[in-house]
Design a protein around this ligand. Sequence first.
Ligand SMILES: *Cc1c(COP(=O)(O)O)cnc(C)c1O
Length: 378
Amino acid sequence: MSLPVVASWPAHRAGAVLTIDLGAITENYKFLAQKVQGATCAAVVKSDAYGLGAIQVAEALEQAGAKEFFVAHVDEGLALKPALSAQARITVLHGARPQALAECLQAGLRPVLNSLEQVAELKAYAHSTGQQQNAVLQLDTGMSRFGLSGADVALLAESPDLLNGISLSLLMSHLACADTPQDPANAQQLACLLRYASVLPKAPLSLAASSGIFVGQNFHQNLVRPGAALYGVAPNTQGPNPLQPVVRLQARVLQTRYLKKGDRVGYGLTWQASGPCRIATLATGYADGFARAGATTGCAWFEGHKLPILGRISMDSLTVDVSGVPEAALGAETLVDLLNDQYGVDDVAKAEGTIGYEILTSLGRRYHRVYHNQPSPV
Ligand SMILES: *Cc1c(COP(=O)(O)O)cnc(C)c1O
């Protein structure tokens, strides 16, 4: 039934194995849904479910009880639609460009209206079809990225006929500082959303994404929109991560060699051995989306041994210090971990000076992908 959205390179020919635990994703979903009791817990599966496979992830989440899914683009919604049941609703965060609006609505995708232009386009479409059209209205409460401004809201409040033919099934906004729960901007954005909603047609409200769920119960409103938390990314830096890790990335050792003091490694010969050591070259590089940038503090892991990355990362390979591992335990063909339960996306992100979101969405297309705990088809 399910079409793979990314080619899964055969294990014996791939340089690395990416294991995605759909069971952990559904456990994370249930944990979040439980936490927001009373509000609907949607699932954000844009950007191919943050690189993990939108179809596989959404199918598993639907079986776990999710009914509301969010993507960014019409194309993503069209690709996902056939994988879900008719009861599942897919909302398109960017809405539809005028040329794609009919296709979007006829496929049963719900657009987000981010501007008065998009409101007018949907009104005209509704008029042309003679049918009421269902949409989400996004309100800009301070992030200045998407949605109607305060002036736009005032205009809609004064001229309700601008919404003729449109039934608003959700009013939404997005928090800019939710990963810092005590930031006063959070409360200001919530107050702004409530103020705007008070002059618009009555509809359920949505403000929180992953981090917002942990800011406070009053941020849950009627619907929350987690993405990253489903995939194990920590919602903030305060306290332990309550979400389960979801991905394991294992790279194959291509070669090992012994170096003597003074030998150097990699492009630019930027790393130099301070004494005898043993190193291994792994079949994963920056073209696989792993550890680009500086990555001077990054490492791989093998049976509890930390393997520091040496020198610059190449396109298709990187080199690690394996001096601490018994020689017989690691050689060509051995798989070593670049991501695992103890060293996850947030740890790699920290080593690279970025965020867990970027590590996930950058994961390459050359891995052999394995899905654990895939639900059986209904
Ligand atoms: C991406 C996105 C989300 C999900 O955000 P996470 O931080 O990954 O939970 C929710 N809402 C909007 C509008 C988004 O763009």
